[in-house]
Design a protein around this ligand. Structure first.
Ligand code: AMP
Length: 281
């Protein structure tokens, strides 16, 4: 397993692999890796001859009041996780390597970027689409792996690849959770002991909604109220959004009669956490 910091180094290594006819899988991340990221790397290494993992805390996807500077970073630890999961190369560029001083081209998307996290984090998906396009152009992977944890991001990337004819297959990977149900996230490290306990309210509220759906509840409003009520009972939690949307178009639904995404974002103290599940009728 090798770690490189420049675009040229990645390009040279990948060119060598391609010359040998090897397939390349790619896992883009912001680092401070956990088992969720590990599962993406494992899946990529099962399906490809070589696996590239990018570790880059992308400044342009953070809002001015968000946690860009405090986002956790630990390249040495990340290297061990990537190696254990079967990764071959880490690309860890500097901000300057990715964004030249006069950088001025962005990839923007309407529609599915406008609700859910997009509504709460203006400019976030513009930053995500731009960096992922750049990373795809640098790594030129055959397949790229994204977690269902970030359900809207996954939908946005699939749409971008389709709309812009980017020749890469997007592979969705299931959410990996802690044994008590909390979805793994690099941001969980911000939580103190009480907040960590309180954070269980996210998965608990979603589990109740799942139960109600399995019992036949089909009103999106009732599902949203049920989730909101459970979240509101937790004093350390503050709802950012609770929504039920069509799982493909991400538009709001009234009656649940097709595949829907039930997605929530909740502040636990100052930490914003997201979770979701897909329900197929
Ligand atoms: P991040 O480093 O948070 O930008 O995440 C990098 C990739 O890992 C994204 O595709 C995420 O959806 C995915 N990911 C993050 N957490 C999890 C998780 N708990 N389970 C599965 N995938 C995850």
């Amino acid at each position: 397993m090798k770690i490189v910091h420049t675009i040229k180094e990645v390009r040279d290594i990948v060119k060598g692999w391609k010359k040998q006819g090897l397939s390349v899988g790619f896992v883009p991340t912001m680092g401070y890796l956990h088992e969720g990221h590990g599962s993406l790397v494992e899946m990529a290494s099962k399906e490809n001859d070589r696996v590239v993992v990018s570790i880059f805390v992308n400044p342009i996807q953070f809002g001015p009041k968000e946690d860009f500077s405090s986002y956790p970073r630990d390249l040495e630890r990340d290297g061990k996780i990537v190696e254990a999961a079967g990764g071959d190369l880490i690309f860890n560029p500097s901000n300057e390597e990715m964004y030249l001083g006069d950088f001025s081209t962005y990839v923007d998307m309407n529609g599915i970027t406008e609700g859910l996290c997009g509504a709460k984090r203006p400019g976030h998906f513009r930053g995500v689409c731009t960096v992922v396009t750049k990373l795809f152009n640098i790594v030129l992977p055959d397949k790229a792996y994204f977690g269902e944890k970030d359900a809207q991001q996954l939908a946005v990337i699939k749409r971008m690849v389709r709309d812009l004819d980017i020749p890469v297959e997007i592979v969705p990977c299931p959410i990996v959770r802690e044994s008590d149900g909390l979805a793994m996230s690099s941001r969980n490290t911000y939580l103190n002991k009480e907040e960590r306990k309180a954070a269980l309210v996210l998965s608990r509220s979603l589990n109740s909604a799942k139960e109600a759906l399995l019992q036949g509840e089909r009103s999106a409003e009732n599902i949203k109220s049920m989730i909101s009520e459970i979240l509101t009972e937790e004093p350390l939690a503050r709802i950012d959004y609770v929504n039920v949307v069509d799982s493909l178009s991400l538009t709001e639904v009234v009656t649940i009669d097709k595949s829907v995404l039930i997605a929530i974002a909740v502040f636990i103290g100052k930490t914003r956490l997201i979770d979701n599940f897909i329900f197929e009728v």
